[in-house]
Write a protein that binds this ligand. Structure first.
Ligand code: GLA
Length: 332
């Protein structure tokens, strides 16, 4: 790296509780972690040209970008999407590296947020997150919510973020240091996530057409939804919002037993009502929860495979890795 090189870092995230609620304007409780995506290089030129050791490939993107979906390699679509949303005409040449050890920790969002910084975005975290969310939707076709991009852009060292995805208000909440947040990968890679994610979101929106904004309802309101699948999806969103609120209070009060129970209930709801868990994820959660010193565990993120997050006494879990609550994306 020469002296006039720019180096930017955008963290991955783990969501402690509150999944499949963001796109319904609900509550989420993610934290940025101490690992993520780094982009190093120089601004200038008419191309966004970034090498990645992942598959040993280079994304070579002519600016301005018209259609980000046409890029290859496919990871280059994320960068192209950000360049398109920014209307970037001045390029960047450099290298992208990742120290995220497993999938499912929002590496895509971190790539997008890092790209925005590399291309010179200097706006507030919320603006970057919104832009990157739209970029991801446009370049992958997945109708994602804002949680991942916002956690990566707005992370606060030592804190998780209680985010109201309707008002987009962010309340940093200290993560106590007498507990550990441990991430364990299920070894299962997501399949069909894109279409299933879109289907789940559409089902929630259909439920909302019948009973009104889910974020404003109580659990018994779902009785008005006749279709049992839609009713179950709505019940997950409503009860998950309640669990996020209760979890953030329990964590703040040091009631880790209660916090852990809420994580387990969240996992069950994601499995039974939202149907995004898998037998492998269920077995991993059951196994972790049965171990001494573990308060709770749940799948984290979209589901269908990926990672599990656990809340535990320090040193209680000797697999996976301990994630530290960290600051958001920055120039380093
Ligand atoms: C993915 C999406 C997020 C969120 C989670 C589920 O990570 O990108 O917006 O919907 O799934 O909570």
């Amino acid at each position: 790296m020469s002296q006039d090189d720019l180096r930017v870092f955008a963290p991955g995230r783990v969501n402690l509780i509150g999944d499949h609620t963001d796109y319904m304007g609900g509550l989420v409780f993610p934290m940025a972690i101490d690992r993520g995506i780094t982009i190093t290089g120089k601004q200038g030129g008419t191309h966004l040209e970034v090498y990645s050791g992942y598959e040993n490939t280079t994304a070579h993107i002519a600016l301005p970008v018209d259609d980000p979906t046409k890029q290859s390699p496919s990871w280059g679509r994320l960068l192209a999407g950000v360049a398109a949303e920014m209307g970037a005409t001045i390029g960047f040449k450099g290298e992208l590296t990742s120290d995220l050890p497993v999938a499912g920790l929002s590496s895509s969002a971190a790539v997008e947020v890092a790209t925005a910084l590399a291309l010179g975005h200097t706006g507030p975290a919320l603006d970057i997150a919104r832009l990157c969310q739209i970029a991801e939707q446009r370049s992958t076709g997945v109708p994602c919510g804002i949680m991942d991009q916002l956690a990566s852009a707005a992370g606060v060292d030592g804190h998780a973020l209680l985010i109201d995805c309707h008002t987009l208000e962010i309340e940093p909440s200290p993560v106590p240091d007498d507990v550990e947040i441990v991430i364990v990968h299920s070894g299962e890679h997501r399949e069909l996530t894109n279409s299933q994610y879109a289907t789940r979101r559409a089902q929630c929106e259909s439920a909302e057409q019948i009973v009104g904004p889910l974020r404003t309802l109580v659990e018994s309101d779902v009785a008005a939804i006749e279709d049992l699948t839609l009713r179950a999806r709505a019940r997950h969103v409503i009860t998950e919002n309640n669990r996020v609120r209760a979890f953030s209070q329990a964590l703040a009060q040091g009631d880790y037993v209660q916090a852990g129970n809420l994580m387990v209930r969240s996992h069950r709801s994601l499995g039974d009502d939202f149907e995004v868990s898998t037998p492998t994820l269920d077995a991993l959660v059951a196994d972790l929860v049965a171990s001494p010193g573990v308060y709770g565990a749940r799948l984290t993120g979209a589901g269908f495979g990926g990672a599990v997050v656990a809340l535990a006494e320090p040193g209680a879990i000797n697999r996976g890795f301990v994630a530290k609550p960290s600051g958001g994306a920055r120039i380093v």
